[in-house]
Design a protein around this ligand. Structure first.
Ligand code: SAM
Ligand code: SF4
Length: 366
């Protein structure tokens, strides 16, 4: 079991497997990705090498993310590879859901343990406005399909304060005004929350974090959101059952199949219980969202002592040298241990001047 210098057990690794995405969310990557050349992105074997090392250090839970993980070919194959690593207990996925339906069978066959789907609104026009794509029906239909499978499904919605963000009525086209008036009757958050009544899904609201383009938007305070939830759902009760490894605080509304969760990074700082590290698509082990600190594991993986082969700018693992090779694992372990020991004690979202991380969410891996 690996502890950092604050005594926190680190057992959860989020791995970004691509910096590309098929959506253009306004708070994440409205202009598209910076797009590293493919050779700069870790290969599946390199990710496997990091996970073997992480498992030796006490990592038990892996979440694949991105960019959009399902735009990377072979995502299910990677799930299978990581599931086979001794010590790894769960491999889960966070996706925007656009490509989920067609990948569901392969992911289940590979042993995926849970899927989180991001959905900020159930209003078609607003979904298009946020993501740049007319994809609401596709995502909702993928959520329904996933709910029929034997794995936990969660919906994640970023709590954007639309009223403060210039998403006004004037932004909608003529034919869409009907949707807009429906929206005034049922606030966006409540329409998303209703999914937990209709389906056996946990719906979690995530405070918008001031990272990259996220700085241009305001979050709804979750203190305020909880008050609104209590008013809309009389009988809402705290739900103390364990729902996974994350920092969400859950509530149960009468008649709902799933729970409602609040992930309040800003107004409910949970750094004291943080158990996670992040691996960027380029192989940087990042220990806190707010700071660029961590370890360049790609430099270790591709260093002069590494068993990896290079040809025409591509990297290959020789058949005889598996990602578990002893020398490589030792070097990775030294780098990872040092980075984890130096993991910052807390984020500093409340004081933007102290934030040293300048990259966008897409480059960090959400
Ligand atoms: N493309 C996948 C998706 O959208 O689920 C995975 C990557 S995305 C970066 C992971 C999550 O981060 C999404 O739920 C997204 O809404 C969230 N996210 C992105 N930028 C954010 C920000 N500034 N604050 C809070 N959440 C953010
Ligand atoms: Fe893509 Fe996810 Fe970022 Fe949206 S939040 S642009 S879906 S990576």
């Amino acid at each position: 079991m690996m502890k950092d210098s604050y005594g926190r057990t680190i057992d959860y690794m989020r791995i970004s497997i691509t910096d590309r995405c098929n959506l253009r969310c306004c708070y994440c990557m409205p202009e598209g990705a910076r797009k590293e050349p493919p050779s700069q992105i870790l290969t599946f074997e390199e990710i496997l090498a990091v996970v073997i090392c992480g498992a030796g250090l006490g990592i038990r839970h892996i979440r694949l993310t991105g960019g959009e993980p399902l735009v990377r070919k072979g995502c299910a194959q990677l799930v299978r590879m990581l599931k086979s690593v001794p010590g790894i207990e769960t491999v889960t996925l966070t996706t925007n859901g656009i490509l989920l339906k067609e990948n569901l069978t392969a992911l289940l066959d590979a042993g995926i343990d849970g899927i989180n789907v991001s959905l900020d609104t159930r209003d078609r026009a607003r979904y298009r406005q946020i993501t740049g794509v007319d994809g609401l029906e596709t995502v909702e239909s993928a959520i329904r399909a996933a709910c029929k499978c034997r794995i936990p499904v969660k919906v994640n919605a970023v709590s954007i304060d639309f009223d403060c963000c210039g998403f006004g009525r004037g932004d909608f086209e003529e034919g869409e005004l009907q949707n807009v008036s429906r929206q005034f009757l049922l606030p966006d958050w409540a329409a998303v929350a209703e999914l937990a009544r209709e389906l056996p899904v946990d719906v979690r609201f995530i405070e918008m974090m001031p990272i990259g383009y996220g700085r241009q938007y305001q979050t709804i305070s979750h203190e305020q959101l909880l008050e609104e939830m209590k008013a809309r759902y009389p009988g809402l009760e705290p739900d103390s059952r364990r729902h996974g490894a994350g920092p969400a605080v859950y509530y149960r509304a009468p008649g709902f199949q799933g729970s409602l969760g609040l992930i309040s990074a800003i107004h409910g700082k949970f750094c004291g219980d943080c158990s996670r590290v992040r691996l960027t698509a380029e192989g940087f082990l990042k220990t806190c969202l707010c700071y660029p600190d961590g370890a360049d594991l790609r430099a270790v993986l591709r260093g002069p002592e590494s068993p990896i082969l290079r040809a025409n700018g591509h990297f290959f693992w020789p058949f005889a040298a598996c990602p578990g090779e002893e020398g490589l694992q030792r070097r990775l372990r030294e780098a990872m241990e040092k980075a984890i020991l130096e993991k910052p004690g807390a984020h500093c979202f409340e004081d933007p001047r102290a934030m040293r991380e300048q990259r966008n969410m897409i480059d960090i891996g959400g």
